[in-house]
Every structure is written in structure tokens, then in C-alpha cells.
Design a protein around this ligand. Sequence first.
Ligand SMILES: NC(=O)c1ccc[n+]([C@@H]2O[C@H](COP(=O)([O-])OP(=O)(O)OC[C@H]3O[C@@H](n4cnc5c(N)ncnc54)[C@H](O)[C@@H]3O)[C@@H](O)[C@H]2O)c1
Ligand SMILES: [Zn+2]
Ligand SMILES: [Zn+2]
Length: 390
Amino acid sequence: MKALCWQGVDELTVEQVPDPRILNAQDAIIKVIASTTCGSDLHLLGGYIPMMKSGDVIGHEFLGEVVEVGSEVRRRRPGERVVVCSIIGCGRCWPCRHDMWSLCENSNPTSGITDLLWGGSTAGIYGYSHAMGGFRGSHAEYIRVPFADHNAFPVPDDVEDMDALFASDAVPTGWMGADLGGVRPGDVVAVWGCGAVGQMAARAAVLLGAERVIAIDRYPERLRMVERQADCEAIDYTATDVDAELRERTGGRGPDVCIEAVGLEADSAGPMRVYDEVKQQLHLEQDRPIAVREAIHACRKGGSVFVLGVFTGFVDKFPLGALMNKGLTLRGAQQHGQRYIPMLLDRISKGELKPAQMATHTMTLDDGPRGYDMFKHKKDGCVRVVFRPS
Ligand SMILES: NC(=O)c1ccc[n+]([C@@H]2O[C@H](COP(=O)([O-])OP(=O)(O)OC[C@H]3O[C@@H](n4cnc5c(N)ncnc54)[C@H](O)[C@@H]3O)[C@@H](O)[C@H]2O)c1
Ligand SMILES: [Zn+2]
Ligand SMILES: [Zn+2]
């Protein structure tokens, strides 16, 4: 079958790879209908995620049709249209049973690497390195889905492909940021980053009752989109001092909940970008935590900060003093999609969430390298590229 493969920093190729087959009795084979780019893939392309191997198939946010199931799959059957959570849960371990699916203890067979680095590992993630299980990704014609009963969700007939697709990752990730960030009715919520994840976090905050949502980015088309999606206010971080602007707009108090949806390649209009990039290149820190620092500084006393953006290791100038003295709560996670996907499909079906508009570009897999170039450099207003393998 055809697949989009990682070959090295900023290098992708379209290759023929063997078709996947059932390896375990709880697996299903899914024929991919649509698979989309994610900001997390940019970290792979940038060479920031260790343990990638040349030829690895990337992609983790996808929709497909079940074509084959293993002998112990009970709930899924061939012919069903399903959206699959980008992060793999087993459904049986302690974190899965406590709805913390991205911490699954059974789905990542290569957890030893991150156990050493972090003192604990994440679940397996499709197409996301040999530290996250070494699973083949979804930018392919077919994909093997482990523990299919817990990870593949049937899509209601009235939900279109392009809406259902984002219920795999961007929608539940954004929802988790607002939910576990503790958004309550009447809150002021600030969201750093207006890619698909930030846009969905802003919309989730509105649906959870936030009185005002303030979104921060530099791309005007993304800011306009999030203003429309979430009925929120926008700040262009290249045009103003974000901290001063947030203080001004909140009567000097700061947002109640701050959601970071930027990640380890954060940018800045000021000197911090150069500072962090030099430190990153000298391996004095792994990640650029520019938006995390800003969020902690801007957050109101006693408020909470949720980190959705992906980070890998150690950072410099972490504002621990602000965190401690302002009594903040800081949380983060890879998404616990299984906890939210059925509820989110229901909200999509009711028209409360309209994620399809993030699919600004659609291509075939053959155009994969060009699609990622557009997505990385945000060319032509690109928010997400969707690949249709056939
Ligand atoms: N926690 C999870 O499970 C999960 C799931 C999906 C994606 N992610 C992560 O979420 C992050 C965002 O993903 P995406 O798909 O929306 O990516 P994206 O690249 O489309 O969007 C990131 C946005 O952040 C903006 N940005 C950069 N620096 C900024 C700053 N200082 N302040 C405000 N905005 C800034 C960029 O302009 C860009 O629009 C990535 O780090 C990705 O890896 C996490
Ligand atoms: Zn993702
Ligand atoms: Zn589990």
C-alpha cells in the first residue's frame, strides 16, 4: 500500500509499504477515508521528537472504514465508519479505567525510554516515534488499530467525514484543555495558539460557559477563524505586549484559565525566540516554553494553566516563583480522547461544533510532502491539510 514516510528532518517521501495485518486478537484493520496533519507532526519534521527511524509512516488523526476485526473484537464490525482516537488505550488498566487514557499502561510497548526521561510514559501513539510504541501512522491506505473496541468510535450517519475526522484529535484535545483546565461559567479564558487545537479549545471554553474567550496568535486568518468559531476576542502577539493587553482587558486581574496550545516550537516577536532557539540548539534546553511562561505570568492569582502543546524534556527560565506565589494550578496531558469522543460526536451532530472548517486544504497522499510544507509554513491560510488516500 501507499504511505507517507518520515525520512529525516523536513524530509518526507511517498513509499510502498506492506499492508498491515491483524497481530493481536483485539486489533482491527481500518481502510483510511481521511487523515489530517497535526501540529505534533511538525515537531517530528523539525527533528525535536527522538527515536524516529527513516521510513516511519506518520499521521495519527484519522477516519476510516473497518475492513477486518480480530477474534476478540466484540463491538466493531466490518463496514462501520469509525473515527479513531489518535492515542491508544487498552480500556483495562488503572489509568484507562480512570478516564486518563493517554496514560495507558498497556498500549506503549517501548515505554522504557520515556520512563527513564519522565519517570513514566504515555500511551502508544500512531506514527509518533519508537518512544511512543513505534506504531505505523495513518497517512496510508490502511492502518492497524489495537484494542479496537476501545479506540474506534462509530460515526453517526448525519455527521460528515470532514467533521468526524477532527473528533480523533483536535476536538477532544481542545475540549480536554477547557475541561481539565477547569473552565466554569462566567470565566475569562485566554488561549495561546490558534491552530486547530487552540480553535477547538476556544470553542470548548464557550460551550462550557466562559463569559469571554481571548485568543492569541500572529496569523490574521487564524485569528479571524477563531473569532468566528468561538465568538471570541483576538490578540496579535506581534502587534502588542500580550501580558499588558490581557491585564488591560481583564481589569488588571488576568484570565481565570489560560490554555497553552502552541508547544515546543513557540515563536515570539521579542528576544525570547532567539534566546530559546540558541539554548535549544546548544542542547541546554529541549523546548521553547515561550507561551507557557506568558500564560503563567498573565494568569490571575489562584487561576489555572493547562498545557496542551507538546513538550519533550527540560526548559529554561521556568517561572516557578510565579506559579507558587500566585497559587496557580498547572496541568498538562496528551489527550484523553476516549473520554470525550462520543459526547463530541453528539455535539457535532447537533451543530454545536463545526470542526470541518479547519480542513482548509484536501489532497491525495501523493501530495503529502507538499501538503506538509504548506502546513508548516502556514501558506495560503492553511490550518489543516486532509489527505484522502483514494
Ligand atoms: N495534548 C495533546 O494531546 C495534543 C494533541 C494535538 C496537538 N497537540 C499539540 O498542540 C500544539 C498545537 O497544535 P496545532 O495542530 O494547533 O498546531 P499549529 O502549528 O497549527 O498551531 C500552533 C499555533 O501557535 C501559534 N504560536 C506560535 N507561537 C506563539 C505564541 N508565542 N503565542 C501564541 N501563539 C503562538 C502559531 O502561530 C500557530 O498558529 C502542538 O504543540 C501540538 O503538538 C497536543
Ligand atoms: Zn495530533
Ligand atoms: Zn490502558
